[in-house]
Design a protein around this ligand. Sequence first.
Ligand code: AHR
Length: 307
Amino acid sequence: GDGTRDDDAGAAGGDDKIVLGFAQVGAESGWRTANTKSIQDSAKAEGIELQFTDAQQKQENQIKSIRGFIQQKVDVIAFSPVVNTGWDPVLKEAKAAGIPVILTDRAVDSQDTSLYVTFIGSDFILEGKRAGDWLLKEYEGKNETVNIVELQGSPGAAPAIDRKKGFADAIAANPNFKVIASQTGEFTRAKGKEVMTAFLQSNPDIDVLYAHNDDMALGAIQAIEEAGKKPGTDIKIISIDGVKDAFQAMVDGKINVVVECNPLLGPQLMDLVKKVVAGETVEKRILTEEGVFTQDQAAAALPSRQY
Ligand code: AHR
């Protein structure tokens, strides 16, 4: 090249490589670890220079690293927002600097959609609905009260808000379904276990656990076993993501159903980055395809799980 971008890129690069700044949420879950690895591996495979930061589930950290990317004049910024509000100021700064932004995995609730080029990720409301639909079927024809406890994801995160909503909307179809407790487990195993322990202490009659991700479900399984109950039998468990450990728990009869959420967004993201740098137009919303897995499918599916 003529060196123009290289000079501008400063610390970010010494050759003609595309520089991508990626501000990750954190390392809270197995899903997130797989997502990070997918992004790192595919950046490498595509010869894209990746500047990667981990916000440890804090929005202020993420805003700081996005500002750092703007100062560095990276070619593209991508990030998975910790929470869905409060992004307009920093996104406006990126826009003013002429740096395109790609939202991955989680969206922002900004009214001004010109602040980002595209959003690639799952439909979290649909995931919640799929979880609720499974439960409706499970109790079809039965006329009994079903006491549900819910472990929510991180407060304010799009997947926590949307998975709660999608599930609530679906189960409203059966007046016997009662969500008797609902609290955040912050998408982690440790918090999932802690909150489930408290749920068990204050609610003697829990029929179902709905966990917004596998890590919280896996933590809750420990709590249920320590309370002398059988996960998957005494308490049915619905979870979201589909990491290998959750498939193993299904094989072991401890989780009843997993709604898939695909973290392997790296290849598609790199493709988008290259297109955006080349000035091509891209779709404003790119949906990930995913399924639902029950216990009877788990053993066959486990060996081919990618994450
Ligand atoms: O945004 C995706 C969610 O974040 C995953 O379902 C959860 O495991 C992760 O922490």
